[in-house]
Design a protein around this ligand. Structure first.
Ligand code: NI
Length: 176
């Protein structure tokens, strides 16, 4: 396995639409997922999309569950994912991105979603998700469309360096 270089904001690879994977079972896809996993863990991220590591394919990975106290880290890889909202309910919360290090922004996402895709073995994964799990999957899915969270800010001022956001925004109760 190898740690891959993560593209950062400004690199055009982040703005491209990723292509569907044709041969899900091929060894190249397994290697990409293994390398993405190592890269995400090294960067201490909770999700990663292939375009972020300069690979123009519809592959995302994310940690589940996302609760810090859970000792066992389970990582889900989804190939050619699709997602849909379960209801129109939305939540606003702070998001970061490994391609925009050190920054946070307040983003509106659907509260409950349904997603599906293939795992490395070619099995269909179908899952419902809410809360942070739903948020991370929507964030990673957006990367496959060439969309970054900074294009979905609730308020263009609700964006900045994590330290300042923690000091000046997260202590306010009226923001979310
Ligand atoms: Ni991201």
């Amino acid at each position: 396995m190898s740690i891959l270089k993560i593209s950062r904001l400004g690199h055009p690879v982040l703005l491209r639409k990723a292509k569907p994977v044709k041969d899900i079972l091929c060894n190249e896809v397994k290697k990409i997922i293994n390398d993405m996993t190592e890269t995400m863990l090294d960067a201490k991220g909770i999700g990663l999309a292939a375009p972020q590591v300069h690979i123009n394919k519809q592959i995302i990975i994310f940690r589940t569950p996302l609760i810090e106290e859970e000792k066992e880290i389970k990582i889900t890889a989804l190939i050619n994912p699709k997602l849909s909202k379960i209801s129109d309910d939305t939540d606003n919360d702070w998001e970061g991105c490994l391609s925009i290090p050190g920054m946070l922004g307040l983003v509106k996402r659907y509260s409950k979603i349904r997603y599906e895709g293939y795992d490395m073995a070619g099995n269909i994964i179908q899952q419902e998700a809410e809360g942070l799990h739903a948020r991370v999957v929507q964030h990673e899915f957006d990367h496959l469309m060439g969309i970054l969270y900074i294009n979905r800010l609730v308020n263009k001022n609700a964006y900045g360096y994590a330290e300042e956001i923690e000091n000046f925004w997260q202590k306010r109760n009226d923001v979310k």
